[in-house]
Design a protein around this ligand. Structure first.
Ligand code: BJW
Length: 230
């Protein structure tokens, strides 16, 4: 059974109404990365960081999976391929679409993490700096999100899957943030064929064996149809 590793980024959720990061109307236009996406920013101003993620949690809860999320779930459910989705996204639209074999390498809005002891639990809709960790009792609640300078989750598992894959597909990501941006090079060095599906050419587009550009809700279902007919 062919093994497909699929990396997704903010672009796959854009048509569900979730803002991307680097577009002209993206999240980084309104927020300094250093303030809301680093442990140092959180230490300086936890209230600001909680407000940023509380708003994004509310937006993700209100959003619905789109045709691209559903197509990837359909590919996995068909059972003809072994599909692993590695998402950089912190929304839960892949799982709500039905995907099961899924890694959230940058964490999830639905998780809370104790900055003091590392305990994890379900995030409340509104998180704030006075909430106590249920394990150690310290008021060190933070979103379970991987910020700049922190190690993304389950990297060994991801690299093992990537090296063993028969196809690597990158969907809706600009290719600006490592280590995810390096997956295409990792795949290439392992001799794994690569495909980019994105609205426009990404930073690393020339490294892909093939690239198809257009909105995810069009290019992803079309590609999945091809895979299921082959
Ligand atoms: C559509 C569409 C539609 C729109 N249809 N497409 C120099 C070299 C190498 C690394 C570094 C370096 N200097 C610093 C680093 C490390 C740093 C890094 O990469 N910095 C860069 C800025 C250079 N990385 C880290 O610190 C990471 N940790 C780390 O490296 O640990 C050490 C390590 C060492 C060795 C091995 C492994 C690890 C941690 C990175 C954490 C990233 N966190 C964020 C925020 C937290 C999550 C959150 O708040 O949501 O994650 S940053 C932000 O960017 C978010 C995203 O997941 C991530 C990627 O963004 P994405 O998804 O690509 O979104 P956009 O907006 O950039 O692009 C959207 C794309 O969609 C565009 O191309 C559009 O065209 C397209 N699109 N509409 C299809 N309808």
């Amino acid at each position: 059974m062919a093994r497909i590793v699929i990396l997704t980024g903010a672009g796959i959720s854009a048509e569900s109404g979730i803002r991307t990061f680097r577009a002209s109307d993206g999240l980084w236009e309104e927020h300094r990365i250093e303030d809301v996406a680093t442990p140092e920013g959180f230490a300086r101003n936890p209230a600001l960081v909680h407000r940023f993620y509380n708003q994004r949690r509310a937006a993700a809860t209100a959003a619905e999976p789109n045709a691209a999320h559903r197509a990837l779930a359909r590919l996995e459910a068909a059972g003809a391929h072994q599909v692993l989705i590695v998402t950089q996204n912190v929304d839960d639209l892949h799982e709500r679409a039905g995907s099961q074999n899924l890694i959230h390498m940058h964490g999830t809005l639905n998780g809370a993490l104790c900055a003091a002891c590392g305990h994890r639990w379900s995030a409340p809709a509104e998180m704030n700096k006075t909430q106590f960790c249920p394990a150690c009792g310290k008021p060190a609640t933070r979103p379970d999100i991987v910020w700049f300078g922190e190690m993304p989750y389950r990297m060994e598992e991801i690299w093992t899957a990537l090296r063993a894959a028969d196809l690597f597909v990158s969907i809706g990501t600009s290719g600006n943030v490592y280590p995810a941006a390096g997956f295409v090079a990792d795949a290439m060095h392992a001799g794994v064929p690569t495909l980019e599906l994105n609205l426009e050419p990404s930073q690393g587009t020339r490294m892909f064996d093939e690239a198809r550009h257009g909105p995810a809700t069009q290019v992803v279902p079309a590609w999945v149809d091809e895979m299921l007919c082959a």
